[in-house]
Ligand binder design. Structure first.
Ligand code: SAH
Ligand code: SF4
Ligand code: F3S
Length: 440
C-alpha cells in the first residue's frame, strides 16, 4: 500500500496532442493540491504519458518504468507510477501483467486520474481505458499559466484507418469539441499568456459542428480574439482540406503561412495499400491550389519508407514528389509493423537494411530542401514571436511565421512579437536583426 502522493511529475513521449494531454493532467493534479516537480526521480507520482505509434516508443516505456523503479529503490523511495497515453489504451492489460505499475489510464479517461490515484493509494487495482461518450474536457480544470505558444485540442480520434496506423484504435472515433467550448478555452489561454494557439486534432481539418462552421469558420472567430496574434493547426488530412480552409489561408492575417499535410508516400499503389484515399496527383493539385492563394506557405509533411511491398521504383516516386514540392520541413519514418493493424500482416515486409538506406536518401533530400527554404528566407522582414531565452548572453529565441527558429539579440520579454530582418540561415535555424519593436 502506498500513501497519497504529494508531488508529481508528468513525462510526455508522443505527438503534440499527447503533450497537450500531459499539460491537462498536470493541471488536474495541481488542482488536487499536488505540487509539480521537474525531477522524475524524486516525485511521489510519476505519470508516463506514452505513445504507441512506432515500436521503439513502447519499448521505451518499459525501460523507463524499470529505470524509475531501480533508481527509486536505491534512494529508499517507492513512487506511484501511472501509465497514461496511447500505450496504456492499446496494451493496458499487458502493462499490468508485465510491469510494476500502479495506475493505467487511457487518453479518453484521464479526467479520472485523481480517483485512480486514490484507489491505488488504497492498494486497489486502478485501470481505466474506457472511451466514454461524454467527453473528458468538461471535467478538467480551467487553463492557468501557459507559455506564449499554446496547444488546444479541438478534434480527436480518427476514422481514416490507414492500414499501418494505431491511432484509430488508441484514440477512438473522430469527435469534434463544441465551438463554444473551444472559443472559451482559447480566450482562457490568451488570458493566461498565450500569443499563439495551435489547434490540434488527429485530423484537425475534419473539425466541424452542427452549424457547419468548419475549421475555417472556427479560425475566423478565433482571429477576432484580442491579444491572439497567431493561429496554427495540425495535423491535417489531404481529403479534409476544404475550399473554405484554403481561402482562409488567403485572407486571415493571424493564420500563419504554414501547413503540415502528411502525404506518406509518392506512389499510387503504395498509397492505395496504405488506404490513404488520395493519390499522388490529387495531393500535388491540392498543394497547387493552396500555393495559389498563399504563395509563401511553408509546406511540411510526414513520410513512411519501406511500407510492405514498396519497391525501389515506388520509393523513387516519393523522392520525385519531394523534389517536385520542396518541403520547408518534414518528418520521415521507417515503417514499423503495429500489432492489430492490417499492414502488419501483409506479405513482403521490407528488410531493415533497405529501409535504412531509403530513409537516409529521403532525409538527405528533405534536409537539402529545408536548408534551401531557410536560405531563401534570408533578406525577408517578418514578425518573430519570442518564446524563450537562448544560450548566449542577451540572446532570444523565437519563431518566424513559417515556424522556423530564429535567434536574435535584444532586450525582449517572452511573448513579445518583434519585427526582424532575417540575416543568415543554417539547416535548422535563422538569425534575425531587430528592425522594430512591436506591441506584445
Ligand atoms: N493524424 C496524423 C498523424 C498520425 S501519426 C496524420 O494522419 O497525419 C504521425 C505520423 O507517424 C504519420 O503521419 C506517419 O507518417 C507516422 N506513422 C504512423 N504509423 C506509423 C507506422 N506504423 N510506422 C511508421 N510510421 C508511422
Ligand atoms: Fe493514422 Fe491515417 Fe488516421 Fe493519420 S489519418 S491518424 S495516419 S489512420
Ligand atoms: Fe502517439 Fe497516440 Fe499521438 S500513438 S502519435 S501519442 S495519438
Amino acid at each position: 500500500m502506498k500513501s497519497n502522493p504529494k508531488t508529481f511529475h508528468v513525462k510526455s513521449f508522443g505527438c503534440q496532442m499527447n503533450v497537450y494531454d500531459g499539460e491537462r493532467m498536470a493541471e488536474l493534479m495541481a488542482a488536487q493540491g499536488l505540487t509539480a516537480t521537474d525531477d522524475a526521480n524524486a516525485a511521489d507520482l510519476v505519470v508516463l504519458n506514452t505513445c504507441h505509434i512506432r515500436e521503439r516508443a513502447t519499448e521505451k516505456v518499459y525501460s523507463d518504468i524499470g529505470r524509475l523503479r531501480k533508481h527509486a529503490r536505491q534512494q529508499g523511495h517507492d513512487p506511484m507510477i501511472a501509465v497514461a497515453g496511447c500505450v496504456a489504451q492499446a496494451e493496458g492489460d499487458e502493462i499490468v501483467r508485465r510491469a510494476n505499475v500502479d495506475v493505467v489510464v487511457g487518453p479518453q479517461a484521464y479526467h479520472n486520474l485523481p480517483e485512480l490515484v486514490a484507489k491505488a493509494a488504497k492498494g486497489e487495482a486502478a485501470l481505466d481505458t474506457d472511451m466514454p461518450l461524454a467527453s473528458k474536457f468538461g471535467k478538467l480544470p480551467g487553463r492557468r499559466k501557459v507559455g506564449p505558444s499554446a496547444f488546444l485540442t479541438v478534434q480527436e480520434g480518427c476514422d481514416k484507418f490507414c492500414t499501418y496506423c494505431v491511432v484509430p484504435y488508441t484514440r477512438g472515433a473522430e469527435i469534434s469539441r463544441p465551438f463554444a467550448a473551444i472559443v472559451d478555452e482559447a480566450k482562457a489561454l490568451v488570458g493566461a499568456g498565450a500569443r499563439e494557439i495551435t489547434l490540434l486534432g488527429q485530423n484537425v481539418n475534419a473539425w466541424n459542428d452542427a452549424e457547419d462552421h468548419g475549421l475555417h469558420g472556427l479560425i475566423r472567430t478565433l482571429d477576432r480574439i484580442e491579444g491572439l496574434h497567431r493561429i496554427r493547426y495540425t495535423t491535417s488530412h489531404p481529403n479534409d482540406m476544404t475550399q473554405g480552409l484554403i481561402d482562409a489561408h488567403g485572407d486571415v492575417e493571424s493564420l500563419m503561412p504554414f501547413l503540415h499535410l502528411p502525404v506518406q508516400a509518392g506512389n499510387d499503389r503504395v498509397l492505395k495499400a496504405m488506404n490513404r484515399a488520395h493519390s499522388r496527383d490529387s495531393y500535388l493539385r491540392l498543394i497547387d491550389r493552396i500555393r495559389a492563394v498563399r504563395p509563401d506557405i511553408a509546406l511540411s509533411g510526414d513520410f513512411i519508407v519501406g511500407f510492405p511491398g514498396e519497391t525501389e521504383a515506388e520509393f523513387a516516386d516519393t523522392l520525385s514528389l519531394v523534389d517536385a514540392l520542396g518541403y520547408a520541413q518534414a518528418f520521415s519514418f521507417k515503417y514499423s509493423p503495429r500489432p492489430g493493424t492490417p499492414a502488419a500482416d501483409m506479405a513482403d515486409q521490407v528488410e531493415a537494411e533497405v529501409m535504412d538506406d531509403r530513409l537516409q536518401r529521403l532525409q538527405a533530400a528533405l534536409n537539402r530542401d529545408q536548408h534551401a527554404f531557410n536560405l531563401a528566407s534570408v533578406g525577408r522582414t517578418c514578425d518573430v514571436l519570442i518564446e524563450r531565452r537562448g544560450k548566449l548572453p542577451g540572446q532570444m529565441l523565437g519563431k518566424s511565421p513559417w515556424l522556423q527558429s530564429v535567434h536574435l539579440i535584444g532586450d525582449h520579454a517572452i511573448g513579445d512579437v518583434v519585427t526582424v530582418q532575417l540575416s543568415a540561415a543554417g539547416p535548422n535555424s535563422l538569425t534575425g536583426t531587430q528592425t522594430l519593436r512591436a506591441a506584445a
